[in-house]
Design a protein around this ligand. Sequence first.
Ligand SMILES: Cc1ncc(C[n+]2csc(CCOP(=O)(O)OP(=O)(O)O)c2C)c(N)n1
Ligand code: SF4
Ligand SMILES: [Mg+2]
Length: 288
Amino acid sequence: MDEHLKPVYLEEKLEEIRNVGHHSYRSIALPTWCPGCGYFSMAEGLTFALNQLGIENKDAVVVSGIGCASRFPFFVSTYGFHTLHGRTLPIATGVKLANDELTVIAIGGDGDAFAIGGGHIPHAARRNVNITYLVFDNGIYGLTKGQTSPTSALGFKTPTSPYENEDEPLHPLMMLLSYRASWVGQAYAGHPHHLADMITQAIEHKGFSYLHILSPCVAFDKTNNTYANLDVLVRDLPENHDTSNLMEAMAQANPDENPALGVFFKQQRPTLIDAQNAISKRAQGMHK
Ligand SMILES: Cc1ncc(C[n+]2csc(CCOP(=O)(O)OP(=O)(O)O)c2C)c(N)n1
Ligand code: SF4
Ligand SMILES: [Mg+2]
């Protein structure tokens, strides 16, 4: 029979698509996010990056906390660990220390990262744990139905700030730069191709890479971090931006400026495992 006259069976076709390229990193579980949520860009972006870098499913581990963003390990066919609220980084650090061959990607929302989990970030960053941390910032607690988060803007009205939010928001990029993260970048869920490229660069970096992703919660935020607002606010970093200059990176991360997309800062220095191996060698020498 002519090739083009052969019947096409949907199940077989789906199976074929599932096993090719970036689709081969998706699990059979379909994302449970609300239609239009910025997090769909994470599913596309991360699977694209893993495929681009030729990382096999068995060699990748996705670790998350609790929240809508943290649902992610269910939707990929890598190894995964859906941990406790705010405890993503200690678990991700443990996975990396146990097996340095693995590509470890930690994922969470702004609440998971900067409220309950905020105490872990400086230490993973300053120790230069060789993992990638993707924080999807919608400026709200999405999973628990729209309360104020540490990155919510002043004046934002939510069920926990019915008059208005009076708390100054944190500025994650400035924090991560001062925590000594060795790679710091920002992307936007509304620019999915750029996001995929930034995730690829973050994973390629040897050391602690932090990618901040502006991502609308379409269900509970109708006024602040919407696609309509972010589309006009975001800008590219200047072409001549010097990614080795910490002070220049800080200036670009200034919250009084419109949010810039791109790599703010990168630096090569020994990772936690490099430092431990060096100490181990010195200690062995002393005992000889
Ligand atoms: C120890 C603990 N405290 C509080 C909660 C309730 N809780 C679940 S998710 C969440 C915040 C989620 O916000 P975020 O991390 O920004 O993720 P998003 O849902 O916006 O993606 C909170 C407070 C919890 N699950 N565990
Ligand atoms: S509640 Fe918000 S953050 Fe959660 S899936 Fe829906 S749109 Fe996304
Ligand atoms: Mg959130």
